[in-house]
Each structure stands twice: as C-alpha cells, then as structure tokens.
Design a protein. Structure first.
Length: 316
C-alpha cells in the first residue's frame, strides 16, 4: 500500500548529565511521566505510557537499580498546553521526581522542556520530534529522532530518486508541521510552486488543495497528524490531483492506512528502522496489554532504558 524508507533511530544523550539523585538514603527512584492521556491525541500517548510501564515493571522485577525500585508518577495534560505546564511543575515541585519522560506531541513538549531544563531535571522526550525541543537545553534529551533527520532523509530521497522539477507542500500549522516544513523546503533542490499551512482540526482542505492543483507539482509533500491524512487524501483524489505523494512519518500507522484504503496506494512515507530487539518488545507488550504497540511505543520503552542505564552509571 505504501513505500517505507527506513532511517535509523538514535537515542541522543550527549554531554555531561548532572543528576538530581545524590542521596543514597532514597529507597525509590521516581520517574514522572507526562502526556496526552486523554483528549485529542490520547491515542498517541497512551500506548507510549504503556511502554514506559512495561520497562519499569521489568526493571523492578529484576531488582531495580542498585536495589532501588522505580516508581512512576503519571500526569495527564489532557492535550492542553496550560495543563502541561501545571503538570510538569507538580512533578518537579511537589512529587520531587528524579526524571521526567514525556509522551506528548511537539506542541505540548515545547511547553515543558524549558521548565525541566531550568529546574535541572533530566527530561527524556519520547514522542515530540520538533528539532528545537532540545536546542540549548542541557538537561533535555530525546529517544525519538528529531525531524531534522526525517526532513533530511525525505529531501535526499526526493532529490536523488524522484528528481522532480517542481514540488508542493501542505503542512499542519503547529511545531511539528512548521518544523518539518522549514527543513524540507531548505533542502529540496526543486522549485516549490505551492506551500500551504492548515490549522489543527481543519477537515476541509479544498481551498489549499485547489491552489496546489493549479500549481501542478510533480511531488506533493504532506505533513500532518495521522487523522488529517484521511480527509486530505480523499479530497485530493476527488479534485483529481495527479502527482507523487510523499507523507511524513505520522502516516506510518496501519489503522490510518486501513481507513484511507485505496487512496493510500503508492504513497511514499518514511519511518525509523525497527531496532533489533523490537520483536521481543512487541511480544512482551502484547502479552501485558493484549494489544499491539503503537509505532512510537518503542521510543518510550527505549527512553526509560536509557534513563536506567544512566542511573546505574551514576548510582554505583
């Protein structure tokens, strides 16, 4: 149904990490988890929260970290940026967590990273991909690749393999969409004949797509949330836009592709290559939650494993 172009997922932990765990008398290590556990994007965050729980459970069953058990403190931002700020302040100021892992979109993550960094609290991003989320922040890291990687791989493939003379783009108007737009449009060598931004929750894309049809691009790049592709592709096909479609990694969701059906045929997309231990992770996830993990769940699991590895190093 679609062509996937793999990129390698790299957990980026660089520099010297100053950890807040410095009291050997502590009996537990607290990991705060914050995400869209209800609201518009809950179907993104909940499977990642599950993956965090799986990693914590496995660690505790194996004896914890130097005998210290991991404790999860969970906060739901309800897909609301204001509530995200309240939640991170509670985790740091009231719950006194040692680490924070966020399983929320770039928009929500952008609100909490400055707070975590100012508080010198180790923060692992497991879902937000906007490039600037870690920029200039000593205590903020990511287990999911930045959109810089995705945009560069997309641009490279389009330049070297599709080789269009002209390109158009339609992007979600938020941190995720505009972040990708800026990198993609600076890297693709072809001429951009149309560049459209659509609002979150927008469902009628006819005006944007009509402009794109008039521009007659050889390649159309689409960047949106997974729900956006359903109406967007349907309307594009109804308008008779004949082009090569290239969707961002958020398209890489089997449920979404099934809903789109025939309109998904022949679309290019890209996603990070599965790590070698993904099969084991998937089996464990299904056994615990009786459902398959979401495409991004592995990033949350890896984020906790990274936190655990750092903890072992600094708690000897």
């Amino acid at each position: 149904i679609y062509l996937a172009i793999g990129i390698i997922a790299i957990i980026l932990i660089a520099g010297i990490i100053y950890l807040t765990i410095n009291n050997s008398q502590e009996e537990t290590i607290k990991i705060g988890i914050i995400g869209h556990l209800s609201g518009e994007y809950a179907d993104y965050s909940v499977p990642l929260k599950n993956a965090v729980e799986l990693a914590v459970e496995e660690t505790n069953n194996a004896g914890g970290i130097n005998g210290k058990k991991l404790v999860l403190v969970v906060e739901d931002d309800e897909t609301d940026a204001v509530k995200a700020a309240t939640a991170i302040n509670k985790l740091i100021g009231v719950d006194k967590v040692n680490y924070v892992i966020s399983v929320q979109s770039s928009k929500g993550t952008a609100v909490i990273t400055p707070i975590a960094n100012t508080s010198k609290k180790f923060h692992m991003i497991a879902l937000g991909t906007a490039p600037d989320l870690t920029k200039g922040k000593e205590y903020v890291f990511r287990s999911i690749p930045s959109d810089d990687y995705q945009a560069n791989i997309m641009a490279k493939y389009i330049n070297e393999n599709l080789k269009p003379k002209n390109v158009a783009g339609i992007y979600l108007k938020d941190a995720y969409g505009t972040g990708l737009k800026n990198v993609i449009e600076s890297k693709i060598s072809a001429n951009f004949v149309a560049s459209e931004l659509f609002d979150p929750q927008e469902s009628d894309f006819t005006t944007h797509l009509t402009k794109i049809k008039q521009a007659n691009p050889e390649v159309l790049i689409i960047v949106g949330a997974k729900e956006d592709y359903i109406n967007l592709l349907k309307q594009a096909k109804q308008l008779g836009i004949k082009t090569t479609y290239f969707a961002s990694e958020s398209f890489y969701d089997q449920d979404t592709i099934n809903k789109i059906g025939a309109d998904a045929e022949g679309i290019y997309t890209l996603f990070a290559s599965d790590p070698i231990d993904y099969v084991n992770f998937k089996t464990k996830y299904i056994n615990k939650f009786n459902t398959e993990p979401y495409s991004y769940s592995m990033y949350a699991y890896d984020g906790v494993i990274s936190i655990i590895a750092v903890s072992y190093t600094h708690l000897r």
